[in-house]
Design a protein around this ligand. Structure first.
Ligand code: GLC
Length: 777
C-alpha cells in the first residue's frame, strides 16, 4: 500500500507519505490524559475528556478528531542563511525528504529532513495517571557545514472546560514563569467544574519564549510563516484574553554529522508545586527513556497475555495487538467524559480478560446510575456530575452480559452480593440491581407483550417511536430475552434457583410475544410506533428491514424452525454489499415523523443505512450461532481496518489501518461508499475481542470450565490460542484436518483424552496444553 504498512511484529504502523487520504491519527493516552496526533503532528491534547476538556487547540468539531487544523510543531530557522521551515511537511512535501511516521502504542515518532537538517520528533504519554506528554526532539546536521539552528517548539493552548462556556480566553492567562522555568497557562474560571492549569517546560534554559499567539505568528501570520521564526527571535510575550500559544526557543550549533537532543514536557497541573514535581520526574536525565520503556513494556505485556496464532494475519494483528489497544482506550477515553450506560458496559465487557478489576469498578459505577425501579439513565459525566436522564430501555440489558464476562473471568460470585446505591433512593446488591432491570422490562410492556421503547434503545436515533409512551421495540424485547437468559445462567451457576426460574419464564413470555407480534412475514419488524405503525416492515417505503433485530433473534434463540433457517439468507440477499451488510435498508431520504432523527441523517451514514461495525459484529455472532464460520470471517474482513480489503483501497477507506471505525458509509451515499469516517468512537474493539477469542476461535470460559467451541473458516487447517485464566494458562492447539467450520471431535488435556469440550478449570497456576481436533463426531 502506498501510504505505509505495519511493522514486522505488527506493534507499530509506519507511514511513509505525509499526505495520507485523511490525517491518520494516533491516540496516545494514559488513564487521565492524552493527545490525538496525526502523521504530520496535527492534533490536540485533552485532560480526562477528549471532547470538552481540550488543553490545546485543534479546531476540531464533533466527537472524532478527523481533521485537526493545528498541532505540535518545531519551527526551525537557520541563523546564518535565514531559511525557516517546520520539522515536518504540513501542506506540501516540497523541500522535505525521508518523511516517516511511526504510530506506536503509547507514542509516535515523526521524522523528516529539510535544508540538510534531520528532525526526529517523539511524543509519548507515560503509563499511569500523570497528565503529561513528553516530546523528545533530535536535530541532526546532515550537511557539510556547521549550522546554527534555532528551534521553536510550539503548540496553541485552548484550556476548555466542560461548562458550555465557549469564551475560554476571558478566563485564561498565560505567561513564562522564571521561577519555575516553565510557561504556565492558568484557568481563572471559578465556575468551571474542572479547573486546571496547563504548563510547558524544556530541559534547557530558553533564550526566549512566546505565550501570545498573535505576537508569535504576527497578526496575519500562519503556520507556514510565523513572524517570530522569520525574525529569528521569539517575543517574550504573555497573553491574557488573547489567543495563546506556548513556545520555548533555543539555538543549537551543530558541526557536520553532529546531533543535539532536547525535551519538552507539557501537560496539566493544579499548583506550581505539581509543575515542579512533574518536571523533576520527567525532565531529569534518562527520564524520557525510562518513560518510553515503561510505555513499551506495558503494551508488550498486554500483547503477550491472551493471544492467538491463526493462518490469517489480519486476525492475528487485530486479536493480539490493535483491538486490545483500542479497547483499552474505549474503556477510558473514546466517548470522552460522557459515560454512556450501555457504552461503558460493552467496552469493559470486551476488555475483561485483560483488566477484570477495571470491569468490576465500571459495573459499580454503572449500577449507581440505575433507579430503584430498574430504569437506567442514558449516561453521565464524571467531571461535571451532569446526568443524561433519558431512559433508554435497553440500558439494563447490557448489565448481565458484562456481569457474565466478569464472573466467567474471575469466578468472584461474592461480587453479586456487594451493595450498590441506586441513583434515587436505597441500595441493593449487584445481583438485585441486575434483576430489577429485567423485572422492569418484563413489567413495562404493551398489551401485545412487547417491551415499551421509552426514550429509545440501542438505536439512539429511533427517538420518536414512543413519544406518547406506547411505542414498542421488537429488538429491545429480544435483547431482554437474551439478557434474561444471561442473568438466569448466572443465577443458576450460584444456586439462586428462584430467580433463575423466574427469569427463564419471563424470557419465554417475551419470546412468544415477539414471534406473535414482531414478525413481518419474511423478517422481524424493528419496532411499532405509538400509533401502531410498523418500523422495519416490507410495508414501509424506506427502512424496510433492520439488521440487528434479525441477528439478535438468532443468537438470543428467539427465532426458531423455518424462521431461524431463513433469516441469515434474507440478510445475505437484502442487506449484503461489497463492503459488508448494511444496518438498515433502504436508507431514509428524508425526515419521517414518528421514526425520529435517524430519518434526517445523511443517507448511508450514522444509523441511516451504513455498514455499522457494531451491527456487523452482531451479524457475526448470529453466523457463529448457525455454524457459519466462513461467512463471519468474510464479514469481519470487510469492516476490519487492518484487512487487505481495506488496506488495498486506502483512498476509498480513508481511515487509519490500525483503528476500528464506527461505520463504513453505505451504498445510499455512492460517492463515499465504503469510507470510514468515524475512528475511535466505537464499541467495535470490545465486540471484536469477545467474538474473535470466544466465538470464532471458541476458547470461552464458562463459570466453571473452559469451553472449546470454534467456528472458523473451513480453509483453516490449524490455529492456537493462549488463554490465561484465574492464574492458570491454557495453550489450546486446534487442528482441522477435515476442513469443517465447526464441531469438536476430540480434546486432550496435557495428553489425556477428556470426554467433552468442557475442560474443568485448573487452579494450579500452571501452563496446560489442550489439543483439539475439529471434525464431525
Ligand atoms: C453510538 C452510541 C451507541 C449507540 C449507537 C447507535 O455508537 O455510542 O451507544 O448504540 O450509536 O445509535
Amino acid at each position: 500500500m502506498q501510504y505505509g504498512k505495519f511493522s514486522k511484529d505488527g506493534s507499530e504502523y509506519v507511514i511513509t507519505r505525509f499526505d495520507t487520504p485523511r490525517p491518520w491519527i494516533n491516540l496516545i493516552a494514559n488513564e487521565t490524559y492524552g493527545l490525538y496526533l496525526s502523521q504530520n503532528s496535527f492534533g490536540f491534547s485533552f485532560y480526562r475528556d477528549s471532547q470538552t476538556v481540550k488543553v490545546t487547540y485543534a479546531d476540531v468539531t464533533g466527537y472524532v478528531p478527523t481533521h485537526p487544523q493545528t498541532g505540535k510543531f518545531v519551527f526551525l530557522r537557520d541563523m546564518d542563511t535565514g531559511h525557516c521551515w517546520s520539522n515536518l511537511p504540513m501542506h506540501t512535501a516540497r523541500g522535505y525528504s525521508g518523511f516517516r511516521c511511526v504510530h506506536g502504542q503509547g507514542y509516535s515518532r515523526l521524522s523528516a529532513r529539510c535544508h540538510g537538517i534531520q528532525t526526529d520528533f517523539l511524543a509519548l504519554v507515560p503509563i499511569g495517571a500523570d497528565p503529561v506528554e513528553i516530546w523528545e526532539i533530535t536535530l541532526r546536521n546532515c550537511s557539510k557545514r556547521t549550522r546554527r539552528i534555532k528551534a521553536f517548539p510550539y503548540q496553541q493552548w485552548l484550556l476548555s472546560a466542560p461548562t458550555g462556556i465557549t469564551d475560554t480566553l476571558t478566563y485564561t492567562r498565560v505567561a513564562y514563569r522564571p521561577d519555575l522555568h516553565a510557561i504556565v497557562a492558568r484557568m481563572t474560571n471559578s465556575t468551571a467544574p474542572l479547573q486546571y492549569d496547563a504548563f510547558m517546560a524544556a530541559d534547557f534554559e530558553p533564550e526566549e519564549h512566546d505565550c501570545n499567539y498573535d505576537r508569535f505568528m504576527g497578526a496575519y501570520g500562519s503556520l507556514s510563516t510565523p513572524a517570530a521564526v522569520i525574525a529569528g527571535r521569539a517575543t517574550n510575550s504573555s497573553a491574557s484574553g488573547e489567543r495563546m500559544c506556548g513556545v520555548l526557543a533555543r539555538t543549537f550549533e551543530l558541526a557536520p554529522g553532529e546531533s543535539a537532543t532536547f525535551r519538552i514536557l507539557t501537560g496539566v497541573s493544579h499548583a506550581d508545586a505539581e509543575v515542579k514535581t512533574l518536571m523533576a520526574r520527567y525532565l531529569s536525565d534518562g527520564a524520557c527513556a525510562t518513560a518510553l520503556r515503561g510505555v513499551k513494556d506495558y503494551w508488550k505485556r498486554i500483547r503477550e497475555g491472551m493471544r492467538v496464532q491463526t493462518p490469517d494475519p489480519t486476525i492475528n494483528l487485530t486479536a493480539n495487538i490493535w483491538a486490545k489497544w483500542q479497547n483499552y482506550h474505549t474503556t477510558r477515553h473514546a466517548r470522552g467524559a460522557y459515560r454512556g450506560f450501555r457504552d461503558l458496559l460493552q467496552d469493559t465487557m470486551g476488555f475483561t480478560p485483560v483488566q477484570p478489576a477495571y470491569t468490576r469498578q465500571a459495573l459499580i459505577d454503572v449500577l449507581q446510575h440505575q433507579y430503584a425501579n430498574g430504569l437506567c439513565i442514558r449516561g453521565w459525566s464524571p467531571i461535571s456530575g451532569k446526568l443524561d436522564t433519558r431512559k433508554h430501555r435497553d440500558s439494563p440489558c447490557w448489565i448481565p452480559l458484562t456481569l457474565s464476562a466478569y464472573l466467567r473471568e474471575t469466578g468472584e460470585f461474592a461480587f453479586l452480593d456487594v451493595p450498590v446505591d441506586y441513583l434515587d433512593t436505597g441500595r441493593a446488591t449487584v445481583f438485585e440491581h441486575a434483576l430489577a432491570g429485567m423485572r422492569r422490562l418484563h413489567e413495562e410492556r404493551a398489551p401485545n407483550g412487547l417491551c415499551i421503547i421509552g426514550d429509545g434503545d440501542w438505536n439512539d436515533s429511533l427517538d420518536e417511536v414512543a413519544v406518547k409512551g406506547l411505542g414498542q421495540s421488537v429488538w429491545l424485547t429480544i435483547a431482554a430475552v437474551y439478557a434474561m437468559h444471561a442473568l438466569a445462567d448466572i443465577a443458576g451457576a450460584c444456586g439462586r434457583s428462584g430467580p433463575c426460574g423466574q427469569l427463564r419464564a419471563w424470557a419465554q413470555e417475551l419470546k412468544t410475544a415477539v414471534n406473535e407480534h414482531g414478525w413481518d412475514g419474511r423478517w422481524y419488524l424493528y419496532a411499532i410506533t405509538d400509533d401502531g405503525d410498523p418500523v422495519g416492515s416490507d410495508r414501509n417505503a424506506e427502512g424496510k428491514i433492520h439488521l440487528n433485530v434479525q441477528t439478535w433473534a438468532l443468537f438470543a434463540g428467539v427465532a426458531e424452525g423455518a424462521r431461524a433457517a431463513s433469516l441469515l439468507q434474507v440478510i445475505d440477499e437484502t442487506l449484503a454489499t461489497r463492503y459488508g451488510p448494511v444496518l438498515m435498508h433502504p436508507a431514509y431520504t428524508g425526515y419521517v415523523k414518528g421514526i425520529g432523527k435517524v430519518s434526517g441523517k445523511n443517507p448511508g451514514q450514522a444509523e441511516n443505512g451504513p455498514i455499522y461495525s457494531h451491527g456487523v459484529l452482531f451479524k457475526m455472532l448470529a453466523d457463529f450461532t448457525r455454524g457459519r464460520g466462513d461467512k463471519a470471517f468474510e464479514s469481519f474482513l470487510q469492516i476490519c481496518p487492518a484487512s487487505p480489503n481495506n488496506t488495498n483501497e486506502p483512498d476509498r477507506f480513508q481511515g487509519e489501518p490500525f483503528t476500528a471505525t464506527r461505520y463504513l458509509i453505505g451504498p445510499a451515499c455512492p460517492e463515499r461508499f465504503g469510507a470510514a469516517p468515524y475512528s475511535y468512537h466505537t464499541a467495535m474493539p470490545a465486540w471484536t475481542m469477545q467474538l474473535l477469542y470466544e466465538r470464532m476461535l471458541g476458547v470461552r470460559p464458562s463459570f466453571d470450565a473452559m469451553i472449546i467451541d470454534p467456528c472458523i473458516p473451513a480453509a483453516w487447517k490449524k490455529f492456537e490460542v493462549v488463554r490465561p485464566l484465574r492464574g492458570a494458562t491454557y495453550r489450546v492447539r486446534v487442528s482441522n484436518p477435515d476442513h469443517v467450520q465447526t464441531g469438536v471431535r476430540s480434546v486432550r488435556v496435557d495428553g489425556k483424552k477428556i470426554p467433552s469440550n468442557r475442560i474443568p478449570l485448573f487452579s494450579d497456576g500452571a501452563l496446560h496444553t489442550v489439543d483439539v481436533e475439529m471434525g464431525s463426531v
